[in-house]
Write a protein that binds this ligand. Structure first.
Ligand code: FES
Length: 309
């Protein structure tokens, strides 16, 4: 018979104790300011409870993370229970639950970024900064975390700082990026709005205008690889081959984190001589005469021919 530890034993990491006291309120002046902002947010929705997500961003913009005080404020303002607010605040990873840095540096370690170098970048930054996942540097400048896919796979590996994109990163470029952030040197995202602090970002996410000159006009678009796939799907000529920036930069050069990349001439080894398993001939259902799988293999060949291979 297997013995089960009693509920709440230290081995389960659950402590027994007195119920938490109610969270303290904001100072009067802070509360008055937040109430003005809250009224503006709530007015956008037919039901006040629908305003919870931007409200959580609002309180996050005040303290840099969602505190118990912030959740109490949301609950009182939206006529919800603190349990309901807590359930939402703990569900979404964009809400931070403990004090963190001015710059949240997220390294995408989802599948594509991971194999393109995201895992190496994350490992390297942990050593460089001396912090682990969700760790903050002692000066309070940088919080490091690994993040899931940010729908920018054609720019892999991607690093995000306060949700702004830094594309096609390398360990060296990522180290330079965090060093610049810590030293207060200006850094420029590859695309999108200029960088601001985490609190400022949270206020923008709460729906307040970004009044920095040029911030709204700054935009991004799909990357060359995505657009190539779109052209392929539409049966349009493919044109120039997309070259990874590290190849385009001259065989192994380290692009700066502010670099941007577009279509370029085909360079580097041809797919036929490329050593990666991705390009190697493989036995698949498409090449199995006993189980023909339709035009997959033929289509791939046509695409290459269209590129002038
Ligand atoms: S896997 Fe990193 S952006 Fe998609």
């Amino acid at each position: 018979m297997t013995s089960t530890p009693a509920q709440g034993t230290p081995s389960q990491g659950v402590g027994l104790g007195m119920p938490e006291l109610p969270a303290p309120d904001y100072p009067q002046d802070v509360r008055a300011r937040l109430e003005t902002d809250a009224r503006e947010i709530i007015a956008r929705y037919p039901d006040s409870r629908s305003a919870l997500l931007p409200m959580l961003h609002l309180v996050q913009s005040e303290e840099g993370h969602v505190t118990r005080t912030g959740m109490r404020f949301c609950a009182e303002t939206l006529d919800l229970t603190t349990a309901e607010v807590t359930a939402v605040a703990t569900f979404y990873t964009m809400y931070r639950r403990r004090p963190s840095g001015d710059y949240q540096v997220g390294v995408c370690t989802n599948t594509l970024c991971a194999v393109m170098g995201g895992d190496a970048i994350f490992e390297d930054l942990q050593q460089h900064l001396g912090v682990g996942n969700n760790g903050t540097t002692p000066d309070g400048k940088v919080t490091l975390e690994h993040i899931e896919c940010n729908a920018a796979c054609d720019f892999a590996p991607v690093v995000m700082v306060n949700w702004e994109f830094f594309d096609n990163m390398t360990p060296a470029a990522a180290r330079q990026l965090v060093d610049d952030l810590i030293e207060g040197r200006p850094v420029t995202p590859t695309r999108g709005a200029p960088l601001c602090t985490f609190k400022e970002t949270a206020r923008i996410l709460a729906g307040f205008p970004d009044e920095r000159p040029g911030a709204v006009e700054a935009g991004g678009s799909a990357g060359p690889a995505s657009l190539l796939g779109l052209r392929l799907a539409k049966g349009q000529p493919l044109g120039a081959r997309v070259v990874h920036p590290r190849d385009a930069a001259g065989q192994g050069g380290e692009p700066s984190h502010g670099a941007s990349w577009g279509d370029g001439p085909r360079t580097g080894p041809s797919p036929a001589s490329h050593p990666s398993s991705h390009d190697a001939p493989s036995t698949t259902s498409a090449s199995d005469p006993a189980h023909p799988a339709g035009p997959v293999a033929g289509s791939a060949g046509s695409a290459e021919e269209e590129e002038g291979e």
